[in-house]
Design a protein around this ligand. Sequence first.
Ligand SMILES: Nc1ncnc2c1ncn2[C@@H]1O[C@H](COP(=O)(O)OP(=O)(O)O)[C@@H](O)[C@H]1O
Ligand SMILES: [Mg+2]
Length: 369
Amino acid sequence: MKKIGILFGQENTFPQAFIDRINQKAPEGIMAEFVKIDQVEQHVAPDYAVIVDRISQDVPFYRAYLKNAALMGTAVINNPFWWSADEKFFNNALAVRLGVPVPKTLLLPSKERPTDTSERSFRNLSMMEWEAAFQHIGFPAYMKPHSGGGWKSVYKLNSPDDFFRAYAETGQLVMLFQESIDFTDYFRCYCIGGTEVLIMPYEPRNEPHLRYATEMKTTGEAGEKLLATMKEYVLKLNEGLGYDFNTVEFAVRDGIPIAIDFGNPAPDADINSVGEQNFEWVVEAAANMAIARAQAQKPGQDNLTWGTFVHPHRAAGHDTHFTVAKPAAAKKPAAKAAPKAAPKAAAAPKKAATAKAPTAKKPKADKAG
Ligand SMILES: Nc1ncnc2c1ncn2[C@@H]1O[C@H](COP(=O)(O)OP(=O)(O)O)[C@@H](O)[C@H]1O
Ligand SMILES: [Mg+2]
């Protein structure tokens, strides 16, 4: 028996519907249930061939549980390693690389220094040239956390004054400063299993429960072209990032869909916000994907999806060296300021230091499954 589990938080409609759908239609030998977790021990496999994760972004304990599960062969959806690394600034940069339009974006150092750092921790950082940044991005603009979600700490700014007022509230958050896209159409697109795409007209200016109650404004041939372009961009982004279950948002300006938010690996799938039709689509597509992944799952192996950016090979040669460090000479603890040099034993071991630098091999363009 191969088990599919779902791990979830406060949501109430999607998990049960997902489980029920799988249990209605799965071939013999596959069943679904809510994930049960008790004692979690390293290198012990959980009882699941597939786990759909809807909550580990808010529960670090679950994230660690899922990484161990992945090592033991569970196909975790979405990849918990990539999700740990993922953030909006990198995603935007990758979108540029993939040829998907995104708003002009700068990364800002946090307003307040991270805990336990001092001025000395920032000797590499030049002073921000705010005027140049404002010129480049223009107003109106958005400022939002580089790693965030749920519209938390998202600011729309009309002037430098707005900017500094908002920035002062952001504490230790690392923020993006981004061109605002003045849009005629806005869309939210589910992408499941790297192949299934549902494009949903979305009106972010409506109250939350009415955001999906809207229609596409672009019509005729232009509308057809827009839909085809968005589908292409959604697939490209999800292939690059390696997500199995994600939403991509687009703001459309002058007929061009510009990707706004495309790392939402536990996207809203509540019937009360997405509506009955979209809910039916996402339940069916997610159930089909989970069944297919359970069928393909090989116990004890890596059954995760990796983005094409993440190449599973070493960057350089494979020569290995090891040195046993000598005990550090016992020294009186210095009452003075910062030590001048590191103690000898901690210095770079001679052999490794003088060994020939491994020659960089041309990376193979291999693609993980
Ligand atoms: N550059 C932008 N141009 C226009 N609207 C934006 C822009 N960035 C964010 N928004 C608006 O703010 C909302 C929240 O921002 P988003 O990047 O989706 O953050 P979150 O991850 O918190 O959902 C978006 O749904 C969109 O309506
Ligand atoms: Mg969003």
